[in-house]
Ligand binder design. Structure first.
Ligand SMILES: N[C@@H](CCC(=O)N[C@@H](CS)C(=O)NCC(=O)O)C(=O)O
Length: 206
């Protein structure tokens, strides 16, 4: 494979973060190209779908975070071979993708409009999705979402719950996950302690 360049915002979260961690766990060399929001505005129209993450590899530029998670997850031993377990892994990753779309609709809002939109999300979609993901994790044995081991689904949920808990989202209470989906908070701590995840953040100087 040619060299890999993953372009995304300079945040330890969001859509590219699970892929970055999977690449690191798989020992797959890549350029972690981090850009500012103003740099993105300048290069937006040159990306395939006017969005990030974008990845350069195999002589082209490609997109879609979950496609990346599956592709590198398979190479890193983080994606189930069994079709049913793969389905369970995919369902969880796509549910987080739904949540991101709901959240993004509130970006650019300010003041009372933002407050009302975020409170509606917290009481509605966020709670529904968190509860269902909590139930999925419980049904899978309580530790990992698929295959009884760490997969890219775990990385994606880990990044999302860590973001929710961090308080970075105005009007989203930091105790939301612990109130409605306590298993997901334990899960976040489990994934954070995974040696591959620890090594990734140590490599970032975190
Ligand atoms: N389905 C795409 C969604 C990509 C996407 O919406 N990315 C956001 C950032 S996380 C973006 O670039 N938004 C910029 C814009 O819409 O102008 C994926 O999963 O990669």
């Amino acid at each position: 494979m040619s060299t890999i360049k993953l372009t995304y915002f300079d945040v330890d979260g969001g859509r590219a973060e699970p892929t970055r961690i999977a690449l690191s766990i798989g020992g797959i060399e890549f350029e972690d190209h981090r850009i500012s929001f103003s740099e993105f505005r300048q290069m937006r129209s040159s990306t395939p779908f006017n969005a990030l993450p974008a990845i350069e590899m195999n002589d082209g530029v490609y997109t879609q975070s979950n496609a990346m998670n599956r592709f590198f997850g398979k190479q890193a031993g983080l994606y189930p071979e069994d079709p049913w377990q793969a389905f369970l892994c995919d369902e969880v990753m796509d549910a987080i993708e739904d949540l991101m779309h709901f959240l993004v609709r509130t970006f650019g809002m300010r003041g009372d409009e933002l407050k009302a939109a975020r409170e509606k999300l917290v009481d509605g979609a966020f709670t529904t999705y968190l509860r269902t993901l909590n139930a999925r994790l419980e049904a899978a044995g309580g530790e990992y979402f698929a295959d009884g081991r760490l997969t890219v689904a775990d990385l994606k949920v880990f990044v999302w719950i860590r973001g929710l808990d961090s308080g970075v989202l105005d009007y989203v209470p930091t105790d939301l996950a612990s109130r409605v989906a306590p298993l997901l908070v334990q899960h976040m701590e489990r994934v954070a302690a995974d040696p591959g995840v620890v090594a990734y953040y140590e490599g970032r100087g975190k």
